[in-house]
Design a protein around this ligand. Structure first.
Ligand code: APR
Length: 252
């Protein structure tokens, strides 16, 4: 079943003048980062409103650092790109992919070699001081005492979008512009339930693009928005797709 869809996707990639991909936590699972929902998901262990909402953070930053952010800090200092990231980097290298719009905050698309990555939910690679606004690389932040503090004494927070916060305006605007302009949108490794990012595939579809989903299980996109879905391990599928595409030079 996937064999036929993989060759169909290869043809769609060859025919597309402007292709964008939207990724979620499913592309980083192989790198050892747990997803949020479904089997082994973080939100099965924690209530996101208790540990990932801006109000919860401002009420008790030490608790959010202790329950959620310490694990992310530990993980993200060690993880490497997996086959999903490598497959998408190969698609850009071969000239079939222009931009990655990602919900992930792990920086692994850039580490794999994609050069145009929109971080829709920000990035854990940077911490911001709540008092003086200074940006500090997360790798330089010690978690000996929680919450970690800036040299000015202010509390540090990740440069990620908590629930209850606005999406960075430039990321929002550029993502919707690309959704409207693209001929093909790949949607990989996302449950497609969080807004406004989950509206992007519908916008692409409504403005004439093909939408192709690659995910382990069906999502709200599968029946109503995707032209077709490939169900399985994203890394394996993307590796097979990339292997079937001759380099065409960086068009985008
Ligand atoms: N290959 C393909 N799909 C996979 C794989 C894999 N190896 N592993 C998991 N998946 C799929 C799961 O079936 C699931 O549908 O990836 C999806 C991950 O969904 P979520 O965990 O909900 O992650 P995501 O969609 O990125 O979450 C969106 O929610 O909590 C917020 O801010 C957080 O950015 C996150 C947003």
């Amino acid at each position: 079943m996937n064999e036929e869809l993989i060759s169909r996707l290869t043809e769609d990639l060859k025919a597309s003048r402007l292709t964008v991909v939207l990724t979620g936590a499913g592309v980083s699972v192989e790198s050892g980062i747990p997803p949020f929902r479904g089997k082994g998901g973080l939100w099965e262990r924690f209530d996101p409103m208790e540990v990932a909402h801006i109000d919860a953070f401002m009420r008790n930053p030490a608790r959010v650092w202790d329950l959620l952010l310490r694990e992310m800090h530990h993980l993200l200092n060690r993880v490497r790109p997996g086959t999903s990231h490598q497959g998408l980097a190969r698609l850009e290298e071969a000239g079939y992919l222009s931009t990655v719009i990602t919900q992930n905050v792990d920086g692994l698309h850039q580490a794999a070699g994609n050069t145009d990555v929109i971080e829709f939910h920000g990035s854990f690679a940077r911490q911001l001081c709540l008092d003086c606004g200074k940006q500090i690389p997360t790798t330089l932040v010690s978690l000996e005492t929680l919450p970690p503090r800036c040299s000015c004494g202010g509390i540090l927070r990740p440069d990620c979008v908590f629930f209850g916060e606005m999406i960075p305006p430039q990321a929002l605007e550029r993502s919707f512009q690309l959704a409207e302009a693209c001929n093909l949108m790949l949607v990989v490794g996302t449950s497609a339930v969080v807004q406004p990012v989950a509206s992007l595939p519908g916008v692409a579809k409504s403005t004439g693009a093909k939408v192709v989903e690659i995910n382990q299980e069906p999502t709200p996109l599968s029946a109503r928005v995707a032209d077709y879905s490939l169900f399985g391990e994203a890394g394996k599928i993307l590796g097979q797709v990339a292997a079937g595409l001759p380099p065409r030079g960086r068009r985008h």
